[in-house]
Design a protein around this ligand. Structure first.
Ligand code: ARG
Length: 589
């Protein structure tokens, strides 16, 4: 369905034309002064120069042609040349009725669906997930769903960090602790044990220990580098051990991501492209684009228009080892060969921006990807504590994702338990559902690139711009709809929308009508926060209407049916939005 704002603009444009001006001046916007009017058009100001006429005069002439218009009324002209207007109740009612009947509530799918790979999650094997991984997962999942809702073929790839020094560190430490294991016996030719020689808990203790020690112990550090190299070269025992590490670690990650309602289509990692790196590097050398500098292999990526220097992109270290950039470049090549995407979107901490500028430029320069594929870095800001510094545990350590989720869930449980109607096990389930909404909405309602403060108190509140508030609104509507169904036996889905009975109802109706515009903007700008802002406004508008209207006790049956139909539509819009954001609503709370 065409956006309401564009339908109103069409009519405004025709009035400009009828008055002798260009129709394109008739762009209508939501009013900046909702106390004065619902919509406004600033086209007369824009046309003043072109037509050498005072904007107020132009606006007056245009307004004459809007007398008796179908879509807008209450037209007034305000100095210096604003055209203020409201949508006619009849037109708004007709628009919502069509929306209620349309597929996907009037949001059309793209006529040219694109293939888009989303690179998000990005956890590192053998390291526990911490608060830093939250945003990539939450934003990436929402973007994937926004793209899919639009009709694109969106493919989520977790891009595991499974190939770097951290693997060498874990192997080194295991070797120190258990030198007797067959993995470290170079003469061993038999099968390796099927059971890993460690648990997740062991890994979680081993990695930080090894990483700490390598920072202080130079010989240990060198040993870890050497072991990383041997692993990458394919040493049999190390490979077998590495597979155990991946297996144990990935099983744990899956559980964590499941709790976040985040899923991936591909569980590829840095190691996936190991075998294609040598050929890629050879080609880069042959073309002359990659050259040796101080023993390392680099590609120049600076451009004349750069305002700050972009250093060359390092492809191989002087010891011949591949780097983070190398695996990212090879991954671009692999994605091109396997999926030929129209776009690759990276949802990564914004502090990695330089790395991606270098990688994207090198990929284009070396012909790994053509111009038809857009490469997008969607950098996100830091999750801070109330002190404005990166979020930490009370003891000052790195906050594990699991602990963070538990903290929110516990807080939520306390609140849900206050409702005596909800039995204990349902309360637990509900706390999880609402807790996830609190967590995700708290994150997604901020523009991705900005830092935000992780405030458990605020995120879990049932009031204000929070996930629980949105869910509470949905639950409230569902409960009214159910009561109506039980009492009347009539399905709310079969009822017709009616003309607004008052200001609050009309405001709610206009809010609902903004649904397709919001989805379009969120898609174009990769901006889940726009959906959050929309459902917050919609919930506020619904609650204002609800508090001023006695719906279920209304005597006039037709009036009541209109209201129930409107509630039904409101609820459907909210449900679609939270689903796209990646969380659900409980039956009650
Ligand atoms: N594992 C990386 C990190 O923890 C993030 C990976 C992001 N994706 C990528 N293609 N580089 O910093």
């Amino acid at each position: 369905m065409q956006q309401l704002i564009s339908l109103l603009s069409e009519e405004m444009g025709r009035a400009f034309e009828a008055a002798g001006y260009d129709a394109s001046l008739g762009q209508v916007m939501v009013s900046g002064r909702p106390d004065l009017c619902e919509y406004q058009c600033n086209g007369a100001m824009a046309g003043a120069k072109k037509y050498h006429k005072a904007p107020f005069v132009i606006a007056g002439e245009v307004a004459k042609h809007l007398e008796g218009a179908e879509r807008v009324f209450n037209v007034s002209v305000v100095k210096p040349g604003f055209i203020n207007c409201d949508v006619t109740p009849a037109y708004l009612t007709q628009y919502l009725s069509e929306m209620a009947k349309a597929d996907r509530l009037g949001v059309e799918t793209s006529s040219r669906p694109r293939t888009v790979i989303l690179d998000y999650g990005g956890p590192n094997v053998a390291k526990p997930l911490h608060v830093g991984h939250l945003r990539s997962a939450v934003i990436g999942e929402a973007l994937k769903r926004i793209l899919r809702f639009h009709g694109d073929n969106a493919i989520g790839d977790i891009h595991l960090g499974d190939w770097g020094l951290q693997m060498g560190l874990v192997i080194t430490e295991l070797k120190h602790r258990h030198p007797e294991l067959p993995y470290f016996d170079e003469n061993y030719t038999g099968e390796y044990p099927a059971e890993p020689p460690f648990t997740v808990a062991d890994l979680e203790e081993i990695y930080p220990y090894a990483s700490g020690r390598s920072r202080e112990d130079e010989a240990y550090h060198r040993e870890a580098l050497e072991n990383t190299h041997l692993l990458q070269e394919g040493q049999r025992g190390y490979r077998a051990l590495w597979e155990h590490i991946i297996h144990v670690s990935v099983a744990d990650m899956k559980r964590n991501y499941e709790n976040l309602n985040v899923t991936f289509d591909l569980w590829n990692g840095e190691s996936t492209v190991n075998d294609i790196i040598p050929v890629m590097v050879e080609d880069m050398k042959k073309s002359g684009l990659a050259y040796e500098s101080q023993g390392a292999l680099v590609v120049d990526v600076s451009e004349e228009s750069d305002s700050k220097e972009i250093p060359p992109c390092m492809i191989l270290k002087s010891d011949g080892a591949a780097l983070y950039t190398t695996t990212d470049l090879a991954t671009i090549k692999m994605r091109k060969d396997q999926n030929d995407p129209d776009e690759i979107i990276y949802v990564v901490d914004k502090r990695q921006e330089l790395h991606f500028i270098q990688t994207f430029r090198a990929a284009r320069k070396c012909g790994l990807i053509g111009d038809s594929c857009r490469l997008t870095f969607k950098g996100f800001g830091t999750v801070n504590g109330k002190d404005g510094r990166p979020f930490k545990t009370r003891e000052g350590g790195v906050m594990r994702l699991e602990s963070l989720i538990r903290e929110i869930d516990d807080k939520m449980l306390g609140k849900i338990e206050a409702n005596p109607d909800i039995p204990a096990d349902e309360a637990k389930e509900t706390a999880k559902i609402v807790g996830l909404a609190a967590l995700k909405y708290g994150d997604l309602s901020n523009q991705a690139s900005k830092d935000y403060i992780f405030d458990v108190e605020k995120f879990t509140s049932f009031e204000g711009d929070t996930g629980p508030y949105i869910l509470y609104t949905i639950v409230r509507i569902k409960s009214i709809l159910k009561k109506y169904l039980d009492a009347s036996g009539r399905n709310p889905a079969d009822l017709a929308i009616g003309a607004p009975s008052g200001v609050a109802e009309k405001t709610l109706m206009r809010s609902i009508a903004g649904f397709n515009r919001t989805m379009q903007e969120a898609y174009e700008e990769l901006a889940p926060h726009k959906i959050c802002a929309f459902i917050y406004q919609l919930s506020n508008d619904f609650n204002s209407f609800y508090h001023g209207t006695r719906i279920l006790t209304e005597e006039d049956q037709t009036q009541k049916e209109h209201w129930i139909a409107l509630l039904y539509l409101t609820e459907k819009v909210l449900e679609i939005c939270i689903n796209v954001l990646g969380f659900d609503a409980p039956e009650r709370m």
